[in-house]
Design a protein around this ligand. Structure first.
Ligand SMILES: Nc1nc2c(ncn2[C@@H]2O[C@H](COP(=O)(O)OP(=O)(O)OP(=O)(O)O)[C@@H](O)[C@H]2O)c(=O)[nH]1
Ligand SMILES: [Zn+2]
Length: 339
C-alpha cells in the first residue's frame, strides 16, 4: 500500500476506534481483577520486582517451591509506584500470573529527575555503585569525584573500577596508576581489570557478591563489555520493550534486575547508567569529599567559601598536604557547575 495522507475525518475515525479498543481493554482488566480478588488467589508471598512495564510488573518468587520463577503481575489499586528492586507481597492466580498486594519497605532509593525536573525513584534497594572508567577514553577526575559524591549522597558503597588495563603503558599512564593509589589511600576500594580479555574478573565477582549494584561511567569505558562478561548469554537490549498505552504504542526502557551467576545482583538500564549528581547543596558536596570532613566547620568564618579566606581550615589542610590539589580543584569545578 502506498503512503497517503489521511483526511481529518479518517484520522478522527481511527482515533475513535483506538479509544474504544483501549476502553474495552481496561474494562476487561477491571473485570479480571474483580474475579481474581477474593477468587482463586494463592496465599500471600514475598517477591522481588525485576522489571516494570507501566501497569504490569515482573515479579520473581522469593519463597515457596517455585522460588526463582518469574510471573507477570498486575498491580492492585492504591499501591505506591513500584520500581525495579522493590520487594513486594504478591499472590498467584491460576493462569500463571499474579497480583501484587503490597510494597515492602525500601532500604534505599535511586532517584533521577524526570522530564519536569522532579526527582523520581528509578530503582530500589541498590547498595553499591560501580564507577567504571578506563585508560581510554581519558578519564576526568571531576567526573569520578561526581560519582563518588553521588554515592555518598545516596548511601551507596562506591567501587572504583579501572577497565582496559591491557592498554596501560609506563610511563605514559603512570598518572592514572597514581590516581588509583590516591583513591585507595582515601579508603576507596579500587580494581583494575580488562573486560575484553576477561582478565582480573575474579576480584570483581567477589566485590559484587551480596550486593545489588549499578554500573555507571562515561560512554565507551566498557560497561556493556563488563556486564556481558559477568552475565554470559544475557541480551541487555531486552530492556527496551514496546508498551501499549491508551495513547498508542511507544517504546519504553525499563530497568531490569539480573542475578550474577556467582552471586550478587545488577540493576541496569540506559537511564541508570546516566545516574549522577542531582539537587545537591554545597554542604552535601563538601561532605561527599570524604577527606574534607575532619576540617569542616573549623574555618574562621561561618560562611567561608574555602577560596582565599584567612583562617580557612580546608586551605590549611591543602597546604599541609592532607587534601590534594587535584581533589580541591575537582571540588571547585563541581561546585561551579552546580550554581
Ligand atoms: N582494549 C580494551 N578494550 C575494551 C575493553 N573493554 C571494552 N573495550 C572496548 O571499548 C569499547 C566500548 O565498550 P562498551 O562496552 O560498548 O562501552 P560502554 O561503556 O558500554 O559504552 P556506552 O554503551 O556508550 O555507554 C568497545 O570497542 C570494547 O570492545 C578492555 O578491557 N580492553
Ligand atoms: Zn574555609
Amino acid at each position: 500500500m502506498s503512503k497517503r495522507h489521511l483526511t481529518r475525518r479518517q484520522n478522527w475515525r481511527i482515533q475513535k476506534i483506538q479509544d474504544e479498543r483501549t476502553e474495552r481493554a481496561s474494562r476487561r482488566a477491571e473485570k479480571a481483577e474483580q474475579t481474581l480478588i477474593g477468587g482463586d488467589l494463592g496465599e500471600e508471598r514475598e517477591g522481588l520486582v525485576i522489571a516494570h512495564f507501566g501497569v504490569q510488573v515482573d515479579v520473581e518468587a522469593l519463597d515457596g517451591g517455585d522460588a526463582g520463577e518469574v510471573r507477570r503481575c498486575h498491580l492492585r489499586a492504591n499501591l505506591p509506584a513500584l520500581v525495579t528492586g522493590d520487594r513486594v507481597v504478591w499472590r498467584a492466580d491460576n493462569a500463571g500470573s499474579g497480583v501484587i498486594v503490597a510494597q515492602l519497605p525500601r532500604q534505599s532509593e535511586l532517584c533521577r529527575p524526570d522530564m519536569r525536573g522532579q526527582l523520581k525513584p528509578v530503582a530500589a534497594n541498590v547498595d553499591q555503585l560501580v564507577i567504571v572508567f578506563a585508560v581510554e577514553p581519558t578519564p576526568y577526575t571531576n567526573l569520578i569525584d561526581r560519582y563518588l559524591v553521588a554515592a555518598e549522597q545516596h548511601g551507596l558503597q562506591p567501587l572504583l573500577l579501572l577497565n582496559k588495563a591491557d592498554l596501560l603503558r609506563a610511563p605514559e599512564h603512570d598518572w592514572l596508576q597514581q590516581w588509583l593509589a590516591d583513591y585507595a589511600a582515601l579508603g576507596y576500594r579500587t580494581l583494575r581489570l580488562s573486560a575484553d580479555r576477561g582478565e582480573g574478573l575474579e576480584p570483581l565477582h567477589e566485590a559484587l557478591k551480596d550486593h545489588v549494584s549499578v554500573f555507571v561511567g562515561q560512554s565507551g569505558v566498557g560497561k556493556s563489555s563488563l556486564i556481558n562478561a559477568l552475565l554470559p548469554g544475557v541480551d541487555l537490549r531486552v530492556g527496551a520493550l514496546s508498551e501499549s498505552t491508551g495513547k498508542g504504542t511507544h517504546t519504553t526502557t525499563t530497568a531490569r534486575l539480573f542475578h550474577f551467576p556467582v552471586g550478587g545482583d545488577l540493576i541496569d538500564s540506559p537511564g541508570i547508567r546516566e545516574f549522577g549528581l542531582s539537587h545537591i547543596s554545597q554542604d552535601d558536596l563538601l561532605e561527599g569529599f570524604i577527606e574534607f570532613r575532619p576540617h569542616l566547620g573549623r574555618c574562621r568564618f561561618r560562611d567561608c567559601r574555602h577560596l582565599h579566606e584567612p583562617g580557612c581550615a580546608l586551605l590549611q589542610a591543602l597546604q599541609n598536604g592532607e587534601i590534594s590539589q587535584r581533589r580541591m580543584d575537582s571540588y571547585r569545578h563541581i561546585l561551579s557547575s552546580l550554581a
